[in-house]
Design a protein around this ligand. Structure first.
Ligand code: ADP
Ligand code: MG
Length: 408
């Protein structure tokens, strides 16, 4: 993978050069007030060092990024304008412009007006249908327009590197390119998680995207985890595991079509000597709400009219014990609906165990990262907080990541 230093040599220095940077600025926004509020600016802050590196070297930096999932056309609620304001605050002394259009004559003249060491953020790249198109021709034509804005390309949006999108994949094939510092650092962490990790190795999975995360278990149990390692399951996906092991789960999240697959995982873990750790108690409520009579119930006796919204306190303690002597931990997905205090206990306990323990710990997933921060933990209490949940899961699944492959 080529580095920014390599690209600097290739371009004969950055001064006067237009460098297109694909960043991941896809932050959570709260739209309930008069103007949108960024609730976690972690991804913006994580993007700053690469931008600084280029600006300090005199590059004219053009930043492209997406926000949310607009359907290939402009939509006000997905505008990067609030991100632009925050980015400008994080780059004091730097001229940080904003272009409401992404490509074409208007964008080209905004780029042409940049001076050395100045930056222009382009509006949400997914306002263009070409960005995410499955049609190589359509996507390529859009990438041509993007490439016209720059002399070189830096891929730094780790959260999107698993996407075959114009601003991630196709543009790298059209310009001299390099991995940004953030992508390089994330890949280094993933390599540490997958090649000769220190054991015991514990993987903690939770969250709500059940099918997405079941995929990674195949590869974890197939090759990554060995006897003595641990797979801890909480969050929404745990109910598919509890049901698969013969328990009723009331009105909890359940993927009935995955039960056979999950039974297979249970058997494989047993055969390989990987400890599959499931909760023995659950915080269950009558509705998806903070005030819906939350109660701790045994995991094998969830009442039919209740929804499991967190692992219970005994389970939280057991999970923490499993993490205490682990040497490597990968965690993706909150243990419960941490956004509501009555269901935050399991997530807090896992975060605390990682903060207290001596493992190399990696927290992946947008909501998991937001959870540890909103629960009051500092980034420095973990080995690494990844900016890309989907990308790190696909890497651990052993899949090819188009946005990384193209950087070789
Ligand atoms: P990440 O972004 O870290 O990959 P996900 O997006 O998969 O995580 O899931 C995060 C969401 O999962 C959180 O908003 C949380 O409220 C939800 N969640 C956790 N446990 C449960 C549960 N038992 N039932 C429903 N939703 C849950
Ligand atoms: Mg999420």
């Amino acid at each position: 993978m080529k580095t920014i230093d390599d690209l600097e040599v290739q371009l004969g220095g950055f001064a006067g050069k237009r460098v297109l940077v694909r960043s991941d600025l896809n932050v959570p926004l709260d739209h309930s007030g008069d103007s949108p509020v960024i609730t976690d600016d972690g991804r913006i802050r994580a993007s700053v060092p690469t931008l600084r590196r280029l600006l300090d070297a005199g590059a004219r930096v053009v930043v492209t990024a997406h926000l949310g999932r607009p359907k290939g056309a402009p939509e006000a609620k997905y505008s990067l304008a609030p991100v632009h304001a925050r980015l400008a605050e994080l780059l004091p002394g730097v001229h940080v412009g904003f272009s409401p259009v992404t490509v074409g004559a208007e964008a080209e003249s905004a780029v042409a007006a940049l001076e050395d060491g100045q930056l222009l953020l382009l509006e949400n790249i997914r306002f263009n249908a070409g960005e995410t198109s499955k049609d190589d021709g359509e996507r390529g034509a859009f990438a041509d327009e993007l490439a016209a804005l720059a002399d070189g390309f830096v891929s730094d949006g780790f959260g999107a590197v698993h996407r075959k999108h114009a601003s991630v994949f196709d543009v790298a094939r059209r310009l001299p390119h390099a991995a940004g510092g953030l992508v390089a650092a994330e890949v280094e962490v993933l390599q540490r998680l997958t090649s000769d990790p220190e054991r015991p190795y514990a993987v903690v999975l939770g969250g709500s995207k059940v099918s997405d995360k079941l995929g990674v278990i195949d590869n974890l149990l197939g090759s990554l985890l060995t006897a003595g390692d641990r797979l801890l399951v909480g969050g929404g996906m745990v109910f598919t595991f509890l049901k698969a092991t013969g328990h009723e789960v009331g009105k909890s999240l359940l993927e009935a079509d995955q039960l056979d697959r999950v039974r297979g995982y249970v058997a494989t873990a047993r055969d390989k000597g990987v400890e599959l750790v499931l909760p023995t108690d659950v915080v269950a409520a009558t509705a998806f709400a903070a005030d819906a009579d939350p109660r701790v119930v045994p995991a094998d006796a969830i009442p039919a009219d209740r929804i499991g919204l967190d692992i219970g306190p005994a389970s939280a303690q057991a999970f923490a014990a499993q993490l205490a002597d682990a040497r490597t931990v990968f965690w993706n997905g909150p243990m419960g609906v941490f956004e509501m205090e009555p269901y935050a206990g399991g997530t807090r306990a896992v975060a605390q165990a990682l903060a207290d323990g001596g493992a190399f710990s990696v927290v992946g997933g947008g909501d998991s990262a937001a959870a540890v921060r909103t629960l009051g933990f500092a980034d420095s209490q973990f080995g690494h907080i990844s900016t890309g949940g989907g990308a790190s899961l696909e890497y651990l699944e052993g899949k090819q990541l188009p946005g990384l492959d193209v950087l070789d």
